[in-house]
Design a protein around this ligand. Structure first.
Ligand code: GDD
Length: 334
């Protein structure tokens, strides 16, 4: 029998890769989309264009996390067996500017969804995409599923609340619910205001004389960066497993923003020193420290491990930018 999955945040980086994976696995896929004045669905464009897929095996519904009545109605109608909750305000720096919106969507939006699921006649298996940001500045490195939560920004606080609520609903109501503790994961489909995409885009644009320089904040900041395609496979494996639990998805390797710069500029044969500038505008009021994950549990129980190295990831992203930008006209000299 065909399995049905529902994805919140289907138009995002992870939503688009997960949609492809689930379609490959024979699922019928439904997703909720926000109404906006622009139609931001480019990551799914290749699937819309396929008449055998769009409105045959892939369906989109207007709904939002602050509109539980609509979500409830759609979930009653679709009756998915699996629900992947990827939506939310996901930019950490921005969460200092819009803390209430961040908590409204990322924290309360998740709780509203849990309340809807609890009332469904047959609640779906539920995957919550949570974040390493809820560890803040942990005493323990690498972090595991049992590392204490100590968030240091509004985004991390919202994720910590939602993560703990998922645990409460799993333990108290007996629902099949999983927290995927996701470390940074990137790809050519990453949003343009995240640092890897911003750097890879700039390296390619400077190479093609479409941009003159690149302004960044703290380039000493370190993260555990993997490829988004690997992480959505982990999501699916977690919901296919016999029992629900929490899983860290990470590479276990740390790199700095400076490493991203050097790898991306080397990929286009440029010396980064000629183009990269510091701009305090991109500094954050606080930075997490030592965020690096131990994915041993996901490996042992789900057979999951990352397949793409840091250098290959950054090179792939830079090449993709070169390809996309080559279609545009040059706008000036470097
Ligand atoms: N965005 C951005 N822009 N970050 C910069 C810049 C800049 O110009 N300059 C330096 N950075 C530093 C940030 O201060 C941060 O330390 C690091 O680059 C990574 O920033 P982001 O790419 O914005 O990602 P993030 O680590 O804050 O958050 C991402 O990963 C989390 C998982 O750990 C997001 O995807 C979150 O949604 C996710 O939960």
């Amino acid at each position: 029998m065909t399995r049905t999955a529902f994805i919140t945040g289907i138009t995002g980086q992870d939503g688009s890769y997960l949609t492809e994976l689930l379609l490959e696995q024979g699922y019928e896929v439904h997703g909720s989309v926000r109404r906006t004045s622009t139609l931001e669905r480019s990551r799914l464009a290749h699937l819309y264009a396929d008449p055998d897929i769009y409105n045959q095996r892939l369906f989109l519904h207007y709904a939002d996390l602050d509109d539980p009545t609509t979500l409830r109605r759609i979930l009653h109608r679709v009756q998915p067996q699996e629900l992947y909750h990827l939506a939310g305000q996901s930019h950490v720096g921005l969460s200092f500017e819009i803390p209430e919106t961040t908590c409204e969507f990322t924290a309360m939006g998740t709780l509203r969804l849990l309340e809807i699921l609890r009332d469904l006649p047959e609640p779906p298996r539920f995957f919550h995409a949570t974040s390493s940001e809820m560890f803040g500045r942990p005493a323990q490195s690498p972090q595991t599923e049992s590392t204490p939560l100590a968030p240091i920004n509004p985004y991390g606080c919202a994720k910590a609340f939602a993560t703990q609520m998922v645990r409460v609903y799993r333990d108290s109501h007996g629902l099949f619910m999983v927290n995927g503790i996701l470390y940074n994961h990137e790809s050519p489909r990453r949003g343009e205001n995240f640092v890897t995409r911003k750097i890879c885009h700039a390296a390619a644009a400077i190479k093609l004389k479409q941009q003159k320089e690149l302004s960044l904040g703290d380039t000493s900041a370190q993260r555990d960066w993997g490829h988004a395609r690997d992480y959505v496979r982990g999501m699916w494996l977690a919901l296919s497993h016999a029992v629900p639990g929490d899983y860290v998805f990470a590479t276990g390797k740390v790199h700095s923003v400076q490493d991203v710069i050097e790898t991306a500029f080397a990929a286009v044969d440029l010396d980064w020193r000629d183009y990269v500038r510091f701009d305090s505008h991109f500094l954050r009021p606080s930075e997490p420290l030592h965020l690096v994950g131990d994915a041993s549990k996901a490996k042992a129980e789900l057979g999951w491990s990352p397949t793409t190295s840091f250098a290959d990831l950054i090179r792939e992203m830079t090449q993709a930018e070169l390809g996309a930008l080559s279609l545009k006209e040059p706008q000036g000299n470097a």
